[in-house]
Design a protein around this ligand. Structure first.
Ligand code: IMP
Ligand code: MG
Length: 191
């Protein structure tokens, strides 16, 4: 019998693939086409604003699928959740320092909308900074979890109230590199 030890494979921690790679690809293409249609003036600057870190995989694929000229930038926000008191406000860990906000149509690129607090706060924040317009593109949406009134303009897919990983989404910083969106085996949470 072959007793070689198989190296740890992150795919082995997945109980179920919820959204396979080909579906993600179709979702990205659909959103890219919608953005191209919604921003037809090539002279008007469009900024794709990726929210670190969860949206980077979606961002990378989406920006390649958009045909019109785009600029990119990044912000990092902390979820009020872990350790801190849930105040409904959001900590900005990496801010946008720009003097050209009023020239920019912004599409915020997010991985998933859960309570809605992060995006509600962030879109208001960008409005206050004087952006010409703001829309939000989220790969996933969990409408059942909403705590504040917020609707994204572009959504890849609505999902049930289940914790998902992959395609940028993490559990304790792991599983972001999975090429699909999946659900972890319950035993993964216990160690
Ligand atoms: P909210 O909409 O302000 O509650 O927060 C959304 C953020 O929570 C996302 O950007 C993710 O970082 C995180 N999050 C929510 N649901 C999930 C999930 O199922 N998997 C991984 N991260 C999640
Ligand atoms: Mg996030």
């Amino acid at each position: 019998m072959d007793e070689t030890i198989r190296p740890y494979d992150i795919h082995d921690d997945i109980a179920r693939v919820m959204i396979p790679a080909r579906k993600l690809k179709a979702m990205v293409r659909r959103i890219a086409a919608k953005i191209d249609a919604d921003y037809p003036d090539p002279q008007q600057r469009l900024l794709l604003l990726s929210i670190l870190k969860g949206s980077v995989v979606f961002m990378g694929d989406l920006m390649k699928a958009i045909r019109r000229p785009v600029e990119i930038d990044f912000m990092k926000v902390s979820s009020y959740g872990s350790g801190t008191v849930s105040s409904g406000s959001v900590n900005i860990l990496l801010d946008l320092h720009r003097r050209d906000m009023e020239e920019l149509d912004i599409v915020v690129i997010e991985d998933i909308i859960d309570s809605g607090k992060t995006m509600k706060y962030l879109t208001q924040y960008l409005k206050n900074k004087g952006a010409r317009s703001i829309r939000v593109a989220s790969l996933l949406d969990k409408p059942a979890r909403r705590e504040v009134d917020f609707h994204a303009d572009y959504i890849g897919c609505e999902i049930e109230d289940e914790f998902v990983v992959g395609y940028g989404l993490d559990y304790n910083e792991k599983y972001r590199a999975l090429p699909y969106v999946g659900i972890l085996k319950p035993e993964v949470y216990s160690h």
